[in-house]
Structure formats: C-alpha cells, structure tokens
Design a protein around this ligand. Sequence first.
Ligand code: AR6
Length: 173
Amino acid sequence: MKPEKRIELLRGDITRVDADAIVNAANPSLLGGGGVDGAIHRAAGPELLEYCRGCGGARPGEAKISPGFRLPARYVIHAVGPVWQGGNRDEAETLRRAYLSSLQLAEKYQLESVAFPNISTGVYGFPKELAADIAIHTVKEWLAGHAYPKRVLFVVFDDENEEIYRKKLGVTG
Ligand code: AR6
C-alpha cells in the first residue's frame, strides 16, 4: 500500500486513541511533565511513572517504550524532542530522530498502529509548520521502506496544527 494510504489525521486527546502505541512528547527524565506528557501520565495511572523510573531517561532524539497501563493503547513510546533554540542547534535533525527512534521501536515490536502527537510544538517551542514537514516526511519515508507500523496516526490537538496537517496531508472536509 502507498505510504499516504497508511497515514491518518485525527483531532483530539491522544490518551483516548486506541492504537497499539501512542507516542509521548517526553523530556529527558521520562518522569512526566505538562502538556501531552502530563495527560498521558494521568490517564495511564501511577504505574507508568513507576515503570519510567527504571528506564534511565532518554536523550533528545531517542525514544523508550513502556506498557500503556490504564490507557486504551498497549504501549507508550516516550520520545524526546528538541527544545527550539532558534534553529542552529540541530533541532530539525533531532526532531527527525525522535520520530525515527519511535518508528524503529514500532517495527521492533511489530506494532500495527502508532499515534504521534506534534512533538516539540508545545512547551518546547518548535515552529509548527517546520515540525509538520519533518514529521510527515520522516514518516512517509519510513513507511515506503518498512512494513511496520502498518498505520500511522497524526493526532492534532490545537487549531493551528490541525490546519497545517490538513493542508500538508491533503485532507478536506
Ligand atoms: N493529546 C494530543 N496532543 C496534545 C495533548 C493531548 N492530550 N495535550 C497537548 N497536546 P507539549 P513538547 C499537543 O508541550 O513541546 C512536557 O512538560 C500540544 O497541542 O505537550 O514536546 C514534557 O514533559 C502540542 O501540539 O510537548 C516536556 O518537558 C503537542 O502536544 C515538554 O512538555 C506537544 O506539546 C515537551 O514539550
């Protein structure tokens, strides 16, 4: 199947998404925070934090996997995106690697479906348009060469990201 046909756009709260894995926009401690990270820890329950304490953190661009505990999703992939510092600190490459590391874990665990939030575009301040270009390009390129994950869902939460993803993915209506 063409990569485009394996991509979907959803608007809403990623903690409600019933995918094999949801991706968390985590920080290097992997011990929770605000934004989507806070929502995921609240919905998964305290077992998630307990599990993450044993994960040893992750560097920007890396990802680690945990069970989903009380979430509908079986797994959470905790990906650490870059903090935007103006664009000359390899932020684009680090964001690409955060998506790639997540996709590599999805392949390793043979996951059918993986849902991504818009990593780094909240508290971390990454420009949304550029972040969407990187996310979509990295996912399409991966899907063209790999069988897993079979489907990728981009989950947008705010109006601006919804508008940007609709345009870039050619979704109407
Ligand atoms: N479901 C889907 N997307 C969401 C949700 C949700 N429930 N809540 C927010 N978003 P952010 P970052 C969107 O700030 O920029 C945390 O404190 C939001 O609209 O969550 O990668 C971590 O611990 C935005 O588009 O993550 C780190 O310290 C996107 O999620 C830091 O924030 C990412 O926003 C990571 O910052």
